[in-house]
Design a binder for this molecule. Structure first.
Ligand code: PEP
Length: 255
C-alpha cells in the first residue's frame, strides 16, 4: 500500500495574525506540493488560516494541537474536537510530550482524545517518544510499546491515524537520533501496529519522525525506511525552512 507523505508543522504557542504572512511565502515557494502539507497553529488562528489557505487556493490542511475528550461541557479553556473541525481543522496532534509533561496527560487521556477526534472526523496524530533518561538507559522500545498499548483505541482506520515518533530529548534541542535508531523505532512501531490491527491497516498508517528536523538533515531522515514524513516544530515557523523540508520530502523515495 502506498502511503502519502506528510509534512506537518507544529507552531506550538507561537503566532498571531501577522505571522499568517508566512503562509503566503510558503504557498508561493511550494505552490502544489506532491506531499500532504499540514500546519497546526495556535487554536486562535485555525479559522483565519483555513480561510487564507482557501483564498490562496492552497491544498495545505490545518490542524489543532490538542483537544478535549468531551464534546461540550464545563471545561474552561479547553477545546472540543468538534470545535476544531468547525473552525476548519482536519487533523489534531494528540499526546505531544509537552502536553504529557505540562498537563500530566496519561496514555488513557490520550486514548480518549483520539476517540473524540475520530468522532469529529479529524485525523489524529499520536505522538510518542522516550525521555533522555529513558534513551540513555536503553528503554526506548519499551516506552514506545507502553505508549502505543495505552494510547491507541482497540480498532483503527488507517486513514484517520498518524503516529509521530518524537524522542523528547530531540525536541527543540538540535539533537537527533542516528538514522539506525530512527529506523529501529519506526520498524518497531510498524510491527506493533501490525500486531494490534493486522497488516493491512498497519501498512496504511503513516509514521512521522519529529525532533529537530531542519532543512540540513531532512533529506537523510527521509531516506530512512518507514519514515513517511515529519512533525516539525521550530523549522515550520519560517516559510523558507519549512518549504525546504517539504521539497526534501517530495524528493525522498516512495514508502
Ligand atoms: C515538536 O515539537 O513536535 C518538534 C518536533 O519540535 P522541533 O522540530 O522544534 O524539535
Amino acid at each position: 500500500m502506498t502511503r502519502r507523505k506528510l509534512a506537518a508543522g507544529n507552531w506550538k504557542m507561537n503566532g498571531q495574525a501577522a505571522e499568517l504572512a508566512e503562509l503566503e511565502a510558503l504557498t508561493s515557494t511550494c505552490p502544489t506540493p506532491g506531499v500532504d502539507v499540514l500546519i497546526c497553529p495556535p487554536a486562535t488562528l485555525i479559522d483565519r488560516m483555513t480561510g487564507l489557505l482557501d483564498r490562496l487556493g492552497a491544498s495545505t490542511a490545518t490542524g489543532g494541537q490538542d483537544c478535549h475528550s468531551a464534546e461540550t461541557g464545563a471545561h474552561t479553556g479547553d477545546i472540543a474536537a468538534t470545535m476544531l473541525a468547525d473552525a476548519g481543522a482536519t487533523y489534531v496532534i494528540l499526546g505531544h510530550s509537552e502536553r504529557r509533561q505540562d498537563h500530566g496527560e496519561s496514555n488513557a487521556d490520550v486514548q480518549a482524545k483520539i476517540t473524540a477526534a475520530w468522532s469529529a472526523d479529524l485525523i489524529a496524530i499520536l505522538c510518542i517518544g522516550e525521555t533522555e533518561a529513558e534513551y540513555k538507559t536503553g528503554q526506548t522500545l519499551d516506552i514506545l510499546h507502553q505508549q502505543l498499548a495505552g494510547s491507541l483505541p482497540d480498532s483503527a482506520d488507517a486513514a484517520r491515524l498518524v503516529i509521530a515518533y518524537e524522542p523528547v530529548w530531540a525536541i527543540g534541542t538540535g539533537l537527533v537520533p542516528t538514522l539506525d535508531e530512527i529506523a529501529a523505532a519506526h520498524g518497531f512501531i510498524r510491527s506493533a501496529l501490525t500486531t494490534r490491527y493486522g497488516a493491512d491497516t498497519a501498512q496504511g498508517i503513516r509514521l512521522l519522525y519529529g525532533g529537530s528536523v531542519k532543512p540540513g538533515n531532512a533529506t537523510e531522515i527521509f531516506s530512512v525506511p518507514d519514515v513517511d514524513g515529519a512533525l516539525v516544530g521550530g523549522a515550520s515557523l519560517k516559510a523558507s525552512d519549512f518549504s525546504a523540508i517539504i521539497t526534501a520530502l517530495e524528493a525522498a523515495p516512495a514508502a
